[in-house]
Structure formats: structure tokens, C-alpha cells
Design a protein. Structure first.
Length: 240
């Protein structure tokens, strides 16, 4: 996967309600990186469709707990404007302002959520307002922090194989194009973006493997970590 394709995969689009409405909102960039001395930046929204777009914009602190992503309200970064209305062909600049500590000792992680909602008159009638949700990662990384250091484990839990990545480093690890190698067998986990293992955190993913997959040591993982090809051993843990 090339860098442009990988960057495009960073943008999660979560369908929050069944709708015939086609996504026409474009976001640039699809990942935000800030130096610790930068206090402001911006992203650009574009309406490539033929209908108006209405939406709300919010920023959340992004963490990981119990092997999954966790979002929490924050005032350390704010987005302006918080509400958008864009006609066909229009563009909207969303400004992001850091209001928290300006010299963080550890990497800070946020996500900006952009909810595309139904027009006010339709939302009021149906009670279902969110059509699509876009989630863009934001990283504020000090220069003097350790690179990501991943320890991989795979385990069978309740009949399902689970892959775990623990990041002992000081920076996030973006995991894409992942494969699990067991002897002569190569299992594709995800051809695009699998997800992130944040600094000092553990992330787990359920694997969809063939029914006859019988994993045995030694195992290894091939993936692109922060867009760079990597290969690492995987520990096979006993079932709980």
C-alpha cells in the first residue's frame, strides 16, 4: 500500500444510521500532527456533493483502556466553528486551538469528530440526526520521546483469535497491512488500516481467521508500522 492510500485509510467513516444519502464531505488533512510549541492548526472541509451539508464538530481526548479506544470530553483542544452548514461546492475551515499545557512531557492524543447530520427539518421529523461520523486523529508529540516499541500476543478467547499489541514506547504506532505468519501459512488480518496502539497502552483486535486455522508457535507479524514495513515475533498465549 502506498503512502497516499494509507493516508486515505486513516479517515474512519462510521455509518450511524441507515440512509440513502451518499457521503460527499471531504476532509484535509486526514491526520493532524502538532509540535509541542504549536498552539493552533486547521483542517479543511469540502462539500463535493449537490446537496447542503449540516454538521457538528467536537474534539475529544483519545485514550485506550481494556484493549479498546476510549474518548473523553476535553477542553485542552477546541474546534471552531462547532457547527457547520455548507452549500454544494463550498469549503469550511475548522480551526483547532490548543488550550492545555503547551510543553507536554508525553505524547498527547485527541480525535476530532465531525458528525454529518440531516437537515434540521428532517432531523426534527425522524429523530435520527447523525448520518455519518468522521474521526480524525490528532497527535501532539514532544521531540524527545522514545519511538514505538510493540510487543505482540495472540490468544484464543471464547473461540475467537485475538491479537494484542502493547506499546512500551513514547509515540503512537499506526498499524496497517497486517499479516499473521504461522509456518507456511500467511493470514491477512487487514489490507488497510488496522488501528493504533497508543504510547504506553494496549490495543486488541478480534481476528477473522479461517475455521481450520490452528495457530502454533513460532508466529510472527508483518505490517506497516507508521508507514514503514516491519516484522516482529508474536507470543502465543494460552487460552484463559
Amino acid at each position: 500500500m502506498g503512502r497516499n492510500a494509507l493516508a486515505g485509510a486513516l479517515l474512519y467513516v462510521l455509518v450511524a444510521a441507515t440512509s440513502a444519502h451518499a457521503a460527499s464531505l471531504q476532509i484535509t488533512p486526514v491526520m493532524v500532527n502538532l509540535r509541542p510549541d504549536e498552539t493552533a492548526t486547521a483542517i479543511t472541509l469540502s462539500n463535493d456533493g449537490s446537496e447542503p451539508i449540516y454538521g457538528q464538530v467536537r474534539v475529544f481526548r483519545w485514550d485506550q483502556a481494556n484493549g479498546d479506544d476510549a474518548l473523553a470530553p476535553t477542553q485542552d483542544m477546541v474546534a471552531s466553528p462547532p457547527l457547520i452548514e455548507m452549500g454544494p461546492g463550498a469549503r469550511q475551515i475548522i480551526r483547532l486551538l490548543r488550550t492545555g499545557p503547551q510543553a507536554p512531557q508525553a505524547e498527547q492524543t485527541f480525535r476530532i469528530l465531525i458528525d454529518e447530520i440531516a437537515p434540521p427539518e428532517l432531523g426534527a421529523q425522524s429523530g435520527v440526526t447523525v448520518r455519518l461520523r468522521y474521526s480524525v486523529p490528532i497527535f501532539v508529540t514532544p521531540g524527545a520521546v522514545a519511538a514505538p516499541a510493540l510487543k505482540w500476543t495472540v490468544q484464543r478467547v471464547g473461540g475467537i483469535w485475538v491479537l494484542e499489541a502493547h506499546n512500551d514506547g513514547g509515540r503512537h504506532a499506526q498499524v496497517a497491512a497486517a499479516q499473521l505468519v504461522a509456518g507456511d501459512h500467511v493470514y491477512d488480518i487487514n489490507k488497510g488500516l488496522l488501528g493504533y496502539a497508543l504510547a504506553g497502552r494496549t490495543r486488541r483486535w478480534q481476528l477473522t481467521l479461517p475455521a481450520d486455522a490452528a495457530l502454533k508457535a513460532p508466529l510472527k507479524l508483518r505490517a506497516r508500522i507508521n508507514a514503514n514495513p516491519a516484522e516482529a515475533p508474536v507470543t502465543l498465549s494460552p487460552a484463559p
